[in-house]
Design a protein around this ligand. Structure first.
Ligand code: PLP
Length: 332
């Protein structure tokens, strides 16, 4: 929605439709039939290195442009893929970008490369909000917006992770796109961060066909997703308890590398030549492997893994890089 309640046009940012590719070697390694597992390549959405946030940003930027915005303001973790893609979208649309990130200047997280290096290339301005958590991020973003207004700019506040009802529309579209590519889809497996991606898919496909793997980014994953779904029009609805969620892959918390995630990264790379990231897609694949093991996902059913991107984050995650390089000496 725009600020005066109109339905905005979508800004054109990505490359559609994204491919749906078979993953027969990975399928076999997970105990599934060779034709059972497919990967929806939303890491190949194009702009800014790609990833799931592009589908949301098409709608969010459409609303921002309709409101006459001159600057996009958003929030996130230092290695936020969403912040990086907001910066890329701003560049493409001739807008400025201000990224309000958690952390303090000079800390190891605020000087890691990965997404932050790309934020710099895209010309974004980064404001460090300290490490006090989500409320401090929101408050700092509101202050920045006020300051920009004082300078004659028109700021548009893009929500955390791009997850508002407007942003989730992009994933309702993805769900419909996926149905034309795989009408016999039983389960799509997706990383659950801020929740908009899963919410859009549930809106289009119904709760029974979407398995969300919680990544530890929000405190109430089921409530976050359910609330976003209820705002979508022409959508399947889903109470929090109707959602299919796996909460068993969080480990030591958001961003912390776990052994199942390291195994999922290694297996996916060595069977399909596809790179996952340690924060989101690695957790989603570890959740898929666990679901194949406990029978929630079964041979003979069509399963789709939604690859939501995140490759730049791998280059900002030292623990994973160290493990990956150590594997150079690995022998069979
Ligand atoms: C943001 C993100 C997700 C999670 O999407 P949400 O809509 O925030 O739940 C998954 N994978 C990657 C790579 C992301 O950047």
């Amino acid at each position: 929605m725009t600020s005066d309640g109109r339905t905005p046009e979508r800004a054109s940012l990505g490359t559609w439709p994204t491919p749906l590719e078979p993953a027969p070697r990975l399928a076999r390694a997970l105990g599934l039939g060779p034709d059972d597992l497919w990967i929806k390549r939303d890491d190949l959405t194009g702009l800014g290195g790609g990833g799931n946030k592009i589908r949301k940003l098409e709608w969010l930027c459409g609303a921002a442009l309709a409101d006459g915005a001159t600057t996009l303001v958003t929030t996130g973790a230092p290695q936020s893929n969403h912040a990086r893609l907001t910066a890329a979208a701003a560049a493409r649309l001739s807008l400025r970008a201000v990224l309000v990130l958690a952390g303090t200047p000079g800390s190891s997280a605020s000087s890691a490369p990965g997404n932050l290096a790309l934020d710099g290339l895209f010309g974004a301005r980064v404001v460090w909000a300290g490490s006090a958590g989500g409320d401090a991020l929101v408050a700092t973003a509101a202050q920045e917006a006020e300051r920009l207004r004082g300078q004659g700019e028109v700021p548009a506040l893009i929500p955390f992770g791009g997850s508002s009802v407007t942003g989730a529309r992009g994933y309702a579209e993805c769900g419909r796109e996926l149905l034309t590519q795989a009408p016999d889809l039983t389960t799509v497996v997706v990383a659950l961060g801020s929740g908009g991606t899963m919410a859009g898919l549930v809106g289009a496909l119904g709760a029974g066909r979407v398995l969300g793997v919680h990544c530890g980014a929000v405190s109430d994953p089921a409530g976050s997703v359910s609330k976003l779904v209820s705002g979508l029009s022409d959508a399947h609805q889903a109470a929090p308890e109707a959602l299919r969620l796996r909460l068993d892959q969080v480990g030591d918390g958001y961003g912390a590398l776990t052994e199942p995630v390291m195994s999922a990264l290694t297996l996916t790379a060595r069977t399909e030549g596809i790179v996952l990231d340690p924060v989101y897609t690695g957790r989603a694949m570890a959740g898929l492997a666990a679901a194949a093991e406990d029978g929630d996902i079964r041979p003979g059913q069509r399963t789709v893994f939604l690859h939501t991107g995140g490759l730049p984050g791998l280059f900002g995650h030292q623990a994973t890089l160290t493990r990956a390089q150590a594997a150079l000496t690995w022998e069979d």
